[in-house]
Each structure stands twice: as structure tokens, then as C-alpha cells.
Design a protein around this ligand. Structure first.
Ligand SMILES: *Cc1c(COP(=O)(O)O)cnc(C)c1O
Length: 419
């Protein structure tokens, strides 16, 4: 569900033609739909209405200040994975009491910043990290609210690079040792053990792995309670997929599969959706430069590239590609849609059937809101694309296109003497 639709064969973001944005701001650019973002947040939040819950948007999926501000204004909390993300969401108006801090490699500085801000809890993932959090909190004469991230050892059936709940993965503490870890946490000073957390992966398109994870953590929580741990929060992570090609379950079914095994525990439930809130709310618009034909293949060379959107090569991800203007009587061609970067991995689609475009046409790479701009780089000295947020008939520039000066801002030209 999103608000990118054709009107008279012109693709619009809400009430704004994408071609109009291209005329004004050039290509490539990212454009997000505020109406879609609001709707996704509301539908997701309402799916958990029956339970004491907090939605903490996993901001690594899309972290522009204006997007964070929009979610904060709707009451969203935030799942952060770095000190940079902490600073970013606070800048956008986040309530520190609704921030959870995930990740396997928190530094002393990041731990101190989180404790200083007064966040809801740190999800710790190893013994050494637990000891470090205890130490830093001690130095600050504070108690650190922590939950332990448990690796439930299951296969969520998603791409290996975005699967985190298998015991081979670096994430969480092993199921078999959970009780030892909790016992150690209890023995350390300056820790308040307030919860348990888990996160099994991303772009998961069935409910079964979520139900399995919920069942596993439910029995752990019961035993921990029997051992005298007063757990308040159960953080179930994120991971619900979006329809790139496959059809994931709607948020209501997802919520049911998570909540059913937990209904008698009386815990406050935290969920950390990333992709499902923002994925379909953004598209990347790019211009066709050349149609290149060899004796074996056809390439559509566009001005966007892997530095703008790396998901196709990083995760073998499928993104639908639509013409911004539909033309009648265009025959379909099969082509690779590729960018100008000097890498064979620089493609948005391979062997894709699409209406034959011509040089100058605009293409929309759909469902690019999540893990799109945030993973953009300056590889090949390409300035990062601007981000535009459409709200009804208004288009706001929420990040400008980078310039050459931006590219070299932190660099020093040191001219060495020839020896
Ligand atoms: C990445 C991540 C999420 C969000 O995953 P999505 O698939 O985008 O919903 C949630 N929690 C943690 C701990 C994460 O690392």
C-alpha cells in the first residue's frame, strides 16, 4: 500500500508529478510520501492496540531528520544502533524514554551518551559488553537499564545477509546459555535488568518464524521470572517484510502471531519495525542516459547507480522499475538496468522486462525507502542524491543534492616534496 500512482499515465507521488520534481531538482533523487509513512505507522501501531506496547522505529532503515520528526510526532520511539543515530533522533525530537539501543559493538562513548540521555534500555549482546555497560554506568554513578538480546536459533527463511536469528550469527547470546548470562548480569553492579530482547532478521514474509521466536522467548521469560527477575519489557525486534515481489502477511496477522504466545505474561511489548514502515514509502527516480545494445544483450544505462541504491547487488534484491510516463504502444524489451559506476555489480535490475524506454525518459525504482539512501556512498566521487518529502501537493527538499565541495570537505590537499 502506497501513494505512488499513475494519473493520466504520469506517475505521481501523492499529488505531485515525479516529472515535476525531476525538472526542479534534477536526477537521480529519492522521494518519500508522507501520507504513506503516516498510514504505515498507524496501521502497524493499531495492530498491537490490544497489548501494552511501544513501537520503536528502527531508524537505520531511513534516518533523515524530517522522517524521524514525522514518526516522533506520531508517538513513535526509536531503535538505534549507534551514537550517531542517538544524536540524530534526539535532534529530531525523540523522547529519550522511548529509545532502545541495539547492536553488538557499542563503544564506551556510545554507552555513556545513551545513559546520559536517559534512554529506555540498552539491549546487550555479550558478557564483555554487559561488564562494560556496568563499568561505564558505575563511573557515571547511574544504573543502566538493560535487556539481554537472545538469539533464538531459528531460520527465518530470508537472505543470509539479513538473517540474524541463527546460532551462527554474531547477534545475541545463545539460547543454551541465556540463564548463565542473566545470572551474571544480576551479579554485576549498576545494572537494572528490565527486559529481554530478540530480533530474527529482515524481510521475513511468513508469520511462522515470528511465532516460533515468540514461543521460545515466552518460555525463557517464564523461567527467568521464576528465578526472580522482574522483567518489564519484551523487545521482539523488527523484520516484517514488504512486497518487493513476494506477499508478506499484513501487520495485524504479524502482531497476532507475536502476541498469542505472550498474552499471559503481562509484559510491555516493544517492536522495532524498520523496512515495513518506510520501504514502500520511497522511490528512487533516475533518468535514462543511453540504450546500449551488444550482440547478446541490451543495457539501459541510467544516471542513478549502486552508490545510490546498493540493495540489488548486496542482497540480490528485486525492485520493480516503472516508467514515470507511460506511453501507449511501447513494446516490451528485456534489458539490464545499469548505472555509470565502474563495477559489474552496478545494476538495478537484470534481464528485466519493461516497456522500451528512450534516452531522457525517467524511471522510478520502487520500494526504495528502506536501506536505500542510508546506504548511499560517494563511490566514484558521485555526490549523494537529494531527498524530497512529498505531503499532499507540497514537495519539501529534506536533504539537498551534494556538491563537489561536500565531497572534499574533510580532505586536505597535502602536496609532498618530490624526493
Ligand atoms: C535492523 C533491525 C531492525 C529492523 O529490521 P527491519 O527488517 O527493517 O524491520 C530491528 N531491530 C534490530 C535490532 C535491527 O538490527
Amino acid at each position: 500500500m502506497h501513494y505512488f500512482d499513475y494519473r493520466n499515465d504520469e506517475l505521481f507521488a501523492e499529488d505531485v508529478p515525479l516529472a515535476e520534481i525531476a525538472r526542479r531538482h534534477g536526477t537521480p533523487f529519492y522521494v518519500y510520501s508522507a501520507r504513506t509513512l503516516r498510514r504505515h505507522f498507524r496501521v502497524f501501531d493499531e495492530a498491537f492496540a490490544g497489548a501494552d506496547h511501544l513501537v520503536c522505529y528502527a531508524m537505520k532503515a531511513l534516518s533523515n531528520l524530517s522522517i524521524l520528526g514525522l514518526f516522533a510526532s506520531m508517538g513513535s520511539g526509536f531503535d538505534i544502533v549507534s551514537g550517531g543515530e542517538l544524536a540524530r533522533c534526539l535532534r529530531a525530537g525523540a523522547d529519550p524514554a522511548r529509545i532502545v539501543f541495539s547492536g553488538v559493538g557499542k563503544t564506551d562513548e556510545e554507552i555513556a551518551a545513551a545513559l546520559g540521555a536517559g534512554i529506555l534500555m540498552l539491549n546487550v549482546e555479550s558478557g564483555p559488553e554487559m561488564r562494560r555497560v556496568s563499568e561505564v554506568a558505575g563511573r557515571m554513578k547511574k544504573n543502566a537499564p538493560v535487556s539481554l538480546r537472545v538469539n533464538p536459533d531459528l531460520d527465518p527463511g530470508t537472505h543470509p545477509h539479513i538473517s540474524t536469528g541463527h546460532r551462527d550469527s554474531k547477534f545475541g547470546v545463545p539460547l543454551s546459555q541465556v540463564f548463565e548470562y542473566y545470572a551474571e548480569a544480576r551479579s554485576l553492579p549498576n545494572l537494572d535488568i528490565v527486559g529481554l530482547s530478540t530480533h530474527i532478521g529482515s524481510q521475513i514474509t511468513e508469520t511462522a518464524p515470528f511465532a516460533e521466536a515468540a514461543n521460545k522467548v515466552a518460555s525463557i521469560v517464564e523461567r527467568l521470572r521464576a528465578d526472580g527477575f522482574a522483567l518489564k519489557h519484551l523487545d521482539l525486534g523488527g523484520g516484517l517484510g514488504i512486497p518487493y515481489q513476494e506477499e508478506p502477511p499484513p501487520p495485524a496477522l504479524y502482531a497476532k502471531s507475536l502476541l498469542e504466545p505472550l498474552k499471559n505474561l503481562g509484559l510491555s511489548i516493544i517492536v522495532e519495525p524498520g523496512r515495513v514502515l518506510v520501504g514502500n514509502a520511497g522511490v528512487l527516480v533516475t533518468k535514462v542516459l543511453y540504450i546500449k545494445e551488444t550482440d547478446v544483450k541490451r543495457f539501459i544505462v541510467v544516471d542513478g547507480a549502486m552508490n545510490d541504491l546498493i540493495r540489488p547487488v548486496l542482497y540480490e534484491a528485486y525492485h520493480a522499475i516503472l516508467p514515470v510516463r507511460r506511453r501507449a504502444a511501447r513494446s516490451a524489451v528485456v534489458a539490464d538496468v545499469v548505472g555509470p559506476v565502474c563495477e559489474s555489480g552496478d545494476f538495478f535490475a537484470r534481464e528485466r522486462e519493461l516497456p522500451e524506454p528512450e534516452s531522457g525518459d525517467l524511471l522510478a525504482v520502487m520500494s526504495a525507502g528502506a536501506y536505500g539512501f542510508v546506504m548511499a556512498s560517494n563511490y566514484n566521487s558521485r555526490p549523494r542524491a537529494p531527498e524530497i518529502l512529498v505531503d499532499g501537493s507540497e514537495a519539501h527538499v529534506i536533504r539537498e543534492r551534494e556538491t563537489f565541495d561536500d565531497l572534499v570537505r574533510a580532505e586536505k590537499l597535502v602536496i609532498l616534496k618530490t624526493k
